[in-house]
Ligand binder design. Structure first.
Ligand code: TMP
Length: 213
């Protein structure tokens, strides 16, 4: 069976984690090998870059370059080999997060992000170049106000979690614009719902594509 690449997106507090774990179990129960990973991160180098991106003050371009540098290493060392083996790759955030956080949240130039996306995600398969994108992106859509309530007191906030409500509204708009640019890649999940209802919708999005029974 061919590899499958699914990314998971949403503003901080949208509640992705338990569902990513649940999907990993569902795929494994059907005999698929699963690579569970995240961005920024997923390799030793990218995890070092993650610590800088989440903690150190820097301008938006530096942030964008670091997340794309982490992504390049992640793609080459981890994602592409896993897809070549036929794994299901479940990735907690990918490039849509850069468009949402650095583009929407920080207001960084979207044209420059598109160029970086093309450079960094160009990979070779059977001698031909193409731009790697997730086969499916599950977007946990949650109003910024509700996400902020959920995060209150949950843990010490990192640099992004400490941003004001207005930042997360722009991040949400960033996700929406990415979905509108490529609707067939996205499953938009209403994350303002019970955990069971959200899980049902996540499962349904994957089943509808024929990837899980
Ligand atoms: P998380 O793994 O806990 O969701 O945190 C990662 C944080 O990094 C989250 O606040 C979103 C942010 N981020 C970016 O700003 N740009 C990116 O490209 C990625 C992948 C994440």
């Amino acid at each position: 069976m061919g590899g499958l690449f699914i990314s998971f997106e949403g503003i901080d507090g949208a509640g992705k984690s338990t569902h990513i774990e649940g999907l990993a179990q569902a795929f494994r129960a059907q005999g698929r090998a699963v690579t569970l990973t995240r961005e920024p991160g997923g390799t030793a180098l990218a995890e070092k870059l993650r610590i800088m991106v989440l903690n150190d003050a820097m301008d938006a371009m530096t942030e964008a370059l670091l997340v794309f540098a982490a992504r390049r290493d992640h793609l080459q060392q981890r994602i592409e080999p896993a897809l070549a083996r036929g794994d299901v790759v479940l990735c907690d955030r990918f490039t849509d997060a850069t468009f949402a956080y650095q583009g929407g949240g920080r207001g960084f130039d979207l044209q420059m992000l598109l160029i970086l996306e093309q450079w960094v995600q160009t990979v070779q398969e059977l001698g031909a170049d193409f731009i790697r994108q997730p086969d499916l992106t599950v977007w946990f859509d949650l109003p910024a106000e509700i996400a902020a309530q959920r995060l209150t007191g949950a843990r010490v906030p990192d640099k992004f979690e400490a941003q004001p409500l207005e930042f997360f509204r722009r991040v949400s708009d960033g996700y929406l614009n990415r979905m509108l640019a490529c609707p067939s890649r996205f499953a938009r999940i209403d994350a303002d719902n019970t955990r069971d209802a959200v899980w049902r919708d996540v499962l349904q999005a994957v089943q509808a594509r024929g990837w899980l029974a």
